[in-house]
Design a protein around this ligand. Structure first.
Ligand SMILES: Cc1cc2nc3c(=O)[nH]c(=O)nc-3n(C[C@H](O)[C@H](O)[C@H](O)COP(=O)(O)OP(=O)(O)OC[C@H]3O[C@@H](n4cnc5c(N)ncnc54)[C@H](O)[C@@H]3O)c2cc1C
Length: 435
């Protein structure tokens, strides 16, 4: 069977299916696994046992976060417990691919999947261009009807380009782990992300003020739709990153240039260093998908990871959710292969399982995100004043889990129900503004 995409999620799925004795091929368009890196690499320590990779990928251990607002207000959350680690993302991807190869997975590198079964493509083009001359469709047949018919074939044919030559491969089951711009999702008419975050990141040498703390600025004027961060990766180097919603009025470049002139430590301190040495060429840019995809399967097909939007809506982190879902995807793929049943009805189990694991958190995260998107910088200041109070910080520190941030919101509401009266206006505002 075939996996498109040799990122961490594709490798994890491929590894687990191969472990059950099935032949698995991964098609990867890049020439090297793990490159280019487009990730801040902040994950919870749970990622290490989940993937069984060695702790050598950990660059730094993080137990505190300073959260700033535009006006310079700040709160400190965290204590002595390690809440997150910064990992070497390139090494992580390579280790997962090694695990997959050791389980028997074959990688075809420098191979870009470009399409499926000619018949499906031909039919969809005919439908699109309305050049229905030589081909008669029975009663309003649609592309999805043709896709549904794939179940009556023995397999799907996938076309790919290697060294500028077109090649074909047949697979009983196709897994799309091909990231945010998933071609597999497009070919099978699966839902697109609701929103995209445009993000950038770079590493820079810097004397560190605090080796275990992350610095975050949440401001509509500087990074609308997400936030900006500085993460220590060792005692002489930091990783900067920022994200904005693609629905923002201005470009990522505009907000980045604005932020590099900010007068707020530690951001100004880092940017002084960055600007002095003209480091623009070190920046890497990427996209993060957000939303809750209701159908991540079709006959003979499943999508997983960023391709399926399995990402935390409040932070844009996709590694943990993608890897949890990779386990579910592999589990159902093995069941389908054992039973030789690749129908939508069997593969729909995958959706049910991953939704049970993370669906509620994504749904609630999207709800909270909607409130966040409508906050002005003054609102953020006000909220920081409230949640910066000792009683809230204690709850956050006790129950905080970067993989399930919405659970803290529920804990706060349970322990301090009076907060609902205070946040009611933000909920009403967000509902009115999104109408
Ligand atoms: C700036 C930035 C910072 C981030 N920071 C964090 C963070 O701190 N923590 C976190 O958890 N997440 C973070 N993320 C998100 C994280 O990087 C993704 O969730 C993760 O990479 C998803 O893995 P994936 O395997 O699904 O997709 P990808 O890593 O995108 O892998 C997809 C692979 O498919 C290949 N591919 C695509 N199309 C084809 C094709 N047609 N044929 C063959 N191959 C194809 C690609 O080359 C790629 O190798 C960040 C993202 C960005 C952009």
């Amino acid at each position: 069977m075939l996996v498109i995409g040799g990122g961490p999620i594709g490798s994890a799925v491929a590894r687990d299916i191969a472990k059950s004795g099935y032949k698995v091929i991964v098609l990867e368009e890049d020439i090297e696994i793990g490159k280019p890196v487009n990730c801040a690499g902040i994950v919870s320590p749970k990622l290490i046992p989940l993937t069984n990779v060695s702790e050598e990928i950990i660059l730094s251990k993080l137990n505190r976060a300073y959260i700033y607002t535009k006006s310079g207000k700040k709160i400190l959350i965290g204590d002595s417990k390690i809440r997150a680690v910064a990992i070497d993302r390139e090494r992580f991807d390579k280790l997962l691919a090694d695990q997959a190869m050791n389980s028997g997975v074959k990688y075809i590198m420098n191979a870009k999947a470009i399409g499926i079964d000619d018949r499906v493509k031909y039919t969809s083009n005919v439908l699109k261009n309305k050049i229905n001359k030589n081909y008669t469709f029975k009663n309003n047949i649609t592309k999805s009807d043709i896709v549904k018919n794939l179940i009556n074939e023995d397999n799907i044919t996938i076309k790919f380009l290697r060294n500028n030559r077109e090649e074909k491969i047949k697979s009983k089951l196709l897994i799309g782990a091909d990231g945010v711009n998933s071609d597999v999702a497009k070919w099978f008419d699966l839902e697109k992300p609701k929103e995209i975050i445009n993000a950038l990141t770079f590493d820079i040498n810097l004397d560190i003020f605090d080796e275990n703390s992350v610095n975050i600025i949440a401001s509509r004027s500087y990074s609308p739709g997400l936030f900006a961060w500085i993460i220590p990766i060792n005692n002489k180097r930091v990783r900067f990153g920022m994200g904005i919603s693609s629905n923002s009025n201005r470009s990522l470049k505009y907000y980045f240039n604005k932020l590099r002139n900010i007068d707020l430590k530690p951001f100004s301190y880092m940017f002084n260093n960055f600007n002095k040495n003209n480091n623009d060429n070190k920046i890497s840019v990427g996209k993060i998908p957000l939303g809750l995809i209701k159908k991540t399967y079709s006959n003979r097909v499943m999508i997983v990871g960023d391709a399926a939007c399995q990402v935390k809506p409040l932070t844009g982190g996709g590694l943990y959710y993608g890897l949890i879902s990779a386990k579910r995807c592999a589990q159902i793929a093995v069941e389908a292969l054992n039973k030789q049943d690749f129908s939508e009805s069997l593969l729909s189990k995958y959706q049910r399982f991953w939704m049970k694991d993370i669906g509620k958190e994504i749904e609630q995260g999207l709800g909270l995100r909607n409130i966040f998107l409508n906050l002005s910088d003054d609102d953020i200041d006000e909220l920081l004043d409230t949640f910066g109070q000792e009683e809230f910080i204690k709850i956050i520190n006790r129950y905080g889990d970067i993989d399930f941030p919405c659970r803290i919101a529920l804990k706060i509401i349970t322990k301090k129900p009076q907060i609902l009266i205070y946040i009611k206006k933000y909920i009403i505002d967000s509902k009115l503004k999104s109408k």
